[in-house]
Design a protein around this ligand. Structure first.
Ligand code: NDP
Length: 318
């Protein structure tokens, strides 16, 4: 059977992928979008989104993703379930295999496979996260729900420090759980959190359980040095132990940084492979917001459109 041929293939269905689809479809590129392992991306794990412009009353994360999907579908994006299992970007036409069986030849590819938050792996953490009960990986998204209350941030990198700092402005008290006796966060970030009166750093401390039936009520923590176990009453449990970009299948062809984030050419969504573009969290370890992802999705579609137009013009000339 011949491979399917498309002008523009979008891999991933977060705000970046759907925004790219809206722009590409309106530009007549007839995009095909594969939703990936987690249709809708990280926002499907969020409760209320209050910081996406255009929703004065806020909107639930899954509802916003449904809206974005419908908007992409309205302009005839071909939205399909399935995930890319391998790619071959060695030639002029890019090959992407979906679900290990269906190979597509795409003139342009937009990668918007996102990043996934890392979790501790505790059953109680998963249960209360799935229930929307106050376990979160996004302080900016969910901090507001804990206004005036006590929360925990787990982690010792810049994200944990930044999240703790952000939460300290909203919450009554923020505990940072650091598993070693030092933090990895930059000196300046450490100085910032140490200067806040309502942040307490608990060194050598790990979480044994997040306690609560429907919502977080406390956490049972353990000091690894002394062996002391205690419960801290909290309403929010924020996990900030890093993200991993979903870039494994592209490694052979696409330039990435040490963490595996795709490197785009400054001021664009272009990658080192012609005709392959990247947008959203897969190429952004700094901002990681729905609105910045959507903005970069727009850039990727415009870059793909220009790339295809130039290619077509060159083919006419020759
Ligand atoms: P990092 O990988 O830098 O840090 C993750 C932290 O989580 C580490 O301190 C690690 O501890 C801890 N950790 C990992 N697993 C566990 C676990 N199971 N239990 C408890 N703790 C755990 O991730 P970040 O998201 O913080 O940062 C990612 C990148 O983004 C970094 O390069 C960072 O500098 C950058 N960044 C920059 C910002 C800025 O400049 N404003 C803001 C946010 C991020 P350990 O140290 O013991 O390994």
């Amino acid at each position: 059977m011949n491979n399917e041929k498309v002008k523009c293939l979008i891999i991933g269905s977060g705000p970046a992928g759907y925004t790219a689809a809206i722009y590409a479809a309106r530009a007549g590129l007839k995009p095909v979008l594969y939703q990936g392992m987690e249709p809708g991306g990280q926002l499907m794990l969020t409760t209320e989104v209050e910081n996406f412009p255009g929703y004065p009353q806020g909107i639930m994360g899954p509802e916003m993703m449904q809206d974005l999907m419908e908007q992409a579908a309205r302009f005839e994006t071909d939205i399909r379930s399935g995930f890319a299992t391998s790619v071959d970007f060695s030639g002029d036409v890019h090959k992407v295999t979906v679900d290990e069986k269906h190979t597509i030849e795409a003139e342009s590819v937009i990668i918007s496979t996102g990043a996934s938050a890392k979790w501790l792996g505790l059953d109680s953490e998963k249960r209360l996260r799935d229930a929307g009960g106050g376990v979160s990986s996004c302080a900016v998204c969910d901090g507001f729900f804990h206004k005036g209350k006590d929360v925990i941030v787990v982690g010792a990198g810049d994200t944990a420090a930044e999240d703790a700092s952000y939460l300290a402005n909203i919450c009554n008290k923020v505990y940072i759980l650091v598993r070693r006796d030092e933090m990895r966060a930059s000196k300046i970030m450490q100085a910032r959190i140490k200067s806040k009166k309502n942040i307490e750093i608990l060194w050598n401390t790990v979480t044994e359980e997040v306690i609560g039936d429907q919502v977080v009520e406390a956490a049972r923590i353990k000091n690894k040095e002394t062996g002391e176990v205690r419960e801290i009453p909290i309403s929010g449990f924020f996990v900030a132990i890093g993200h991993h970009p979903n870039t494994g299948i592209f490694k052979e062809y696409i330039d990435m940084d040490a963490q595996g984030y795709i490197q785009t050419i400054k001021g664009s969504s272009r990658t080192n492979v012609e005709g392959v573009f990247a947008c959203g969290d897969v190429q952004d370890s700094t901002y990681r917001q729905a609105v910045t992802a959507a903005g970069s999705g727009c850039m990727a579609a415009l870059d793909a459109e220009r790339y295809l137009a130039e290619k077509e013009a060159m083919a006419v000339e020759n």
